[in-house]
Ligand binder design. Structure first.
Ligand SMILES: *[C@@H]1O[C@H](CO)[C@@H](O)[C@H](O)[C@H]1NC(C)=O
Ligand SMILES: *[C@@H]1O[C@H](CO)[C@@H](O)[C@H](O)[C@H]1NC(C)=O
Length: 618
């Protein structure tokens, strides 16, 4: 310590802070496809379509995409039978990969990225603009509401006060749309110089760093007004229409869907007769070329619910689209309020594959062994919803859900050959994990001796309820859909901390990301996100004149660049993160300068300082 002296330490801290500040997001996703309403390629063309509409077999406003998967050049969507008039509940489009990857500019004309969900009502492109929030109750759960009705619109209830996660994500902000590598550099340098200047001039703050105890209060004092100012600033609300910088070949891509695997698989012969596929929510294509379809077997979920078939796993061969296997869940897996909406597949060994299905209604996890052709049901306290985390407000619509186990995401095999399953209930802000070593052993998994094998990782904080989660095995980054915040966030599983601050902001928008509903990474490391305004579909109605469903994409690399999940950035020791907060400048602005020799020297110095600091700390 004495050798290095306070100046070096300070510099080191400034670097720590620089790294923290660089953890800002790009909101790099772009809209690849978008629809006002979902349409299909009917076998007999327009006549067929007209007949389907006339007979009620196709009710365009009732079709909503909920699940997404990408395998090779096909993008699959599930269109569950919530309401009548769904001609096919699993369908696909062919991806014109090159077009999307290279020529498809960002469609973000009206992206508003700063606002918490409660403030969306007068900005978003939804029907509810300016209206009082609807209060909707009672609702049993997200996906199995047999009973629901609207009581609104009621007296205006104020949006929830800005909660920590939204504060954090908003403060990460969005950088100026990227123009070139050079501009990016400039941003880095600007941040960096700002930090150095701060470190060199502020004695007062130097004292503050040593008083860790006062850190908390000073942080909130400084951050509060700053954020409010940002929100109020019109220039941050109304972004430059970026699309105008591109030629006008950017028009909507709204392809018609083709049923999977065929029209026949969706044809219902009699009223009580089940088609091959009834109503899947989420699907998963494994690395062995199989498509796993988790079919709830229930039709007209929001109306006169009919159970046409027991919950089943259908497994298709993606090479020829043949049905390889149908596995019906045994009766004891299906409790009174069971509802299986999500699936994860551990495909390390194609012959010894395990599928995991999450029961959100009667919280539990079904483990299915492909080899044994057998399944068992696992229970744990951590699968249950948090009774205090079931209040949602999205684009001015308030509702309450009490869904249990929902997001399930698998890591790649750990040193013992077993994956880690990361999981959370929907109505909860906590994240948990368990090794599949426990789950895959039927004796163990169904015994009462495994309580301690399940770990609590941490909390995403108020409004941090997450729906679907997906883990990209190449980077070890989990992506989360956060409906309450109109956001997709990420967390790097190599990060020891699971806190609000260790979450990165991938994308946030009250137009493009209203109810993010599914998230996947394909085998070419592209991230795909489906947003679908589900709450509006359920509690109000979708406007056919509006874009309601969007599929956004980016490479994983671009999606996590400059976020807390960027694999180039090593997780910081907590102490540096905290000091960064104390030092965080509130009003200082330094005009950007181009990268100079001087700043390169500073960079080298900084690296040295960090190394020295690391030594001190370890
Ligand atoms: C639920 O959220 C709404 C909107 O933010 C709020 O007005 C209401 O008080 C909350 N209800 C409960 C029980 O927390
Ligand atoms: C399953 O777990 C039990 C109890 O720990 C153990 O005795 C048994 O060997 C395990 N079975 C397998 C196949 O690993």
């Amino acid at each position: 310590m004495g050798v290095l002296g306070p100046n070096v330490l300070l510099l080191g801290m400034a670097i720590g802070m620089a790294m923290v500040t660089l953890v800002a997001s790009n909101d790099n996703l772009r809209v690849a496809y978008q629809w006002n309403q979902i349409d299909y390629e009917f076998p007999g063309g327009n006549d067929d379509r007209a007949e389907a509409i006339r007979s009620g077999a196709y009710v365009p406003e009732n079709v909503i995409p909920v699940g997404l998967e990408v395998y090779k050049k096909r993008l699959f969507l599930t269109l569950p039978r919530w309401k009548p008039g769904i001609p096919a509940s699993l369908a696909y489009i062919n991806i014109n990969g090159d077009k999307i990857q290279q020529n498809m500019p960002m469609l973000e004309l009206s992206a508003v990225n700063q606002l918490p969900s409660g403030q969306a009502s007068n900005l978003g492109g939804t029907k509810h603009s300016g209206q009082a929030p609807l209060n909707v109750s009672p609702v049993r759960c997200c996906c199995c509401c047999k009973v629901f009705h609207q009581e609104g619109p009621e007296a205006f209830s104020a949006p929830q006060s800005s909660a920590p996660l939204i504060t954090h994500l908003s403060s990460l902000g969005r950088r100026t749309p990227r123009l070139s590598e050079k501009d990016d550099d400039r941003l880095y340098v600007a941040d960096f110089e700002k930090l150095l200047q701060l470190a060199q001039t502020s004695d007062r703050q130097q004292q503050q760093q040593q008083q860790e105890s006062s850190a908390q209060s000073s942080r909130s004092r400084r951050e509060g007004p700053e954020l409010d100012k940002k929100r109020a600033s019109p220039s941050r609300r109304h972004r430059q229409p970026v699309a105008s910088r591109w030629p006008d070949h950017t028009t909507t891509q709204s392809p018609k869907l083709r049923p999977y695997p065929s029209w026949n698989a969706h044809r219902q012969m009699g009223d009580e007769e089940a088609p091959e596929i009834v109503s899947p929510f989420r699907i998963r294509a494994d690395r062995c070329g199989r498509l796993w379809v988790l079919d709830t077997g229930v039709s007209d979920l929001l109306g006169e619910t009919k159970v046409l078939a027991p919950t089943s796993l259908l497994v298709y061969d993606l090479h020829n689209d043949n049905l390889l296997r149908r596995f019906k869940f045994p009766a004891d897996h299906i409790k009174e309020s069971s509802f299986y909406a999500n699936i994860a597949v551990e495909d390390t060994d194609c012959d010894d594959t395990f599928a995991y299905a999450a029961d959100l209604g009667a919280p539990g996890l079904v483990v299915y062994s492909w080899k044994l052709q057998e399944s068992w049901r696992v229970q744990h306290h951590f699968f249950h919803p948090d009774p205090l985390a079931g209040n949602y407000t999205i684009t001015g619509i308030s509702f309450q859900w009490d869904d249990g186990l929902f997001g399930i995401a698998l890591s790649r095999p750990q040193s013992d050959g077993f994956a880690t399953l990361y999981f959370h209930p929907l109505s909860s802000t906590n994240e948990f994990s368990v090794s599949t070593r426990i789950l895959r052993n039927q004796t163990l998994a169904t015994s009462d001796k495994i309580y301690r094998e399940f770990k609590v990782l941490g909390s995403r904080g108020p409004n941090g309820q997450a729906g679907v989660a997906f883990l990209d095995q190449k980077t070890g980054v989990i992506f989360y859909a956060l409906p309450n915040l109109n956001a997709v966030t990420c967390w790097k599983t190599s990060n020891r901390a699971y806190t609000i601050k260790s979450l990165g902001r991938v994308y946030m928008s009250v137009t493009d990301m209203v109810f993010p509903n599914d998230v996947k990474v394909d085998d070419e490391s592209n991230l795909w996100v489906l947003s679908d305004r589900l709450h509006q579909y359920m509690y109000s109605s979708l406007d056919p004149k509006d874009v309601n469903f969007r599929i956004l994409t980016a490479t994983v690399k671009d999606a996590i660049e400059n976020t807390a999940c960027d694999t180039k950035i090593k997780p910081l020791p907590d102490i540096i993160t905290n000091l960064g907060d104390i030092l965080r400048p509130s009003t200082t602005t330094v005009p950007p300068k181009t990268k100079s020799a001087a700043s390169s020297v500073l960079t080298s110095l900084a690296v040295l300082a960090v190394a020295a600091l690391a030594k001190l700390l370890l």
